[in-house]
Design a binder for this molecule. Sequence first.
Ligand SMILES: C[S@@+](CC[C@H](N)C(=O)[O-])C[C@H]1O[C@@H](n2cnc3c(N)ncnc32)[C@H](O)[C@@H]1O
Length: 225
Amino acid sequence: MLSKIFKAILHVPLFKQSLSVLLRQFPALQYLIPKLGIIVPIVNADRDFLEQKIFPMLAEDRQIKKILFAGVGSYTWHYFKFFPQQDFYTIDFDAKKAPFGQPGMHVVGSVVALSDHYASDFFDAVIISGLIGYGVNSKQDIDQTYHEAFKVLRPGGMLIMGWNNQPALLSFPLETLDGYHEFDSFAPAPLELAKARVEVNLENAHTFEFMRKPLVVAQQDAAVV
Ligand SMILES: C[S@@+](CC[C@H](N)C(=O)[O-])C[C@H]1O[C@@H](n2cnc3c(N)ncnc32)[C@H](O)[C@@H]1O
């Protein structure tokens, strides 16, 4: 109830601005948010798409049992609630963010080294949104992140990559990365998208791309006859 009221008044610009000023001035206040069990969401078009389209799609998919969500914050601590039937894992390389991770399922570590933390083929879905340009910055790290997501996803598992498509955050096409091409891009039917890649927020150019680890992984080495 309290959270619903919060969400409603967050649409009031003055309250939204005051709250973000308060949290910026006193960052320690953020840590009270999960402790008090209140939900203080970010309200914008990409967050709506994530929470109202992507999460319900994953929650309703009976093939998806284990989900990894990368990068946490005071506004994501409650994301496990979207997945009452599934295991919701979180990872963030910043130890200070751990209080916003899923208790007992959170790892302090980098997406650039996912396979250090999780077994091969472990996850049914991996969501990496808002990390490019916010910690996963170099071409090498982004490429490695695709490779690592590929390792920890089961065949047929889904990678959802989200990023603000701004030159200051990403200065080259993701298609130039080897890791990108390990996956097949696809437009998820439940979302009724025309394409695998969609820009969902015109203000920050936030873009999501839906990808699958192929069921049969192409053999690199041809058989020697
Ligand atoms: C802009 S926030 C995005 C958080 C969240 N994923 C979202 O949907 O908004 C970036 C977060 O990703 C974390 N992060 C950045 N680079 C990372 C990396 N290489 N591995 C794990 N976490 C990382 C940061 O510590 C920060 O908490």
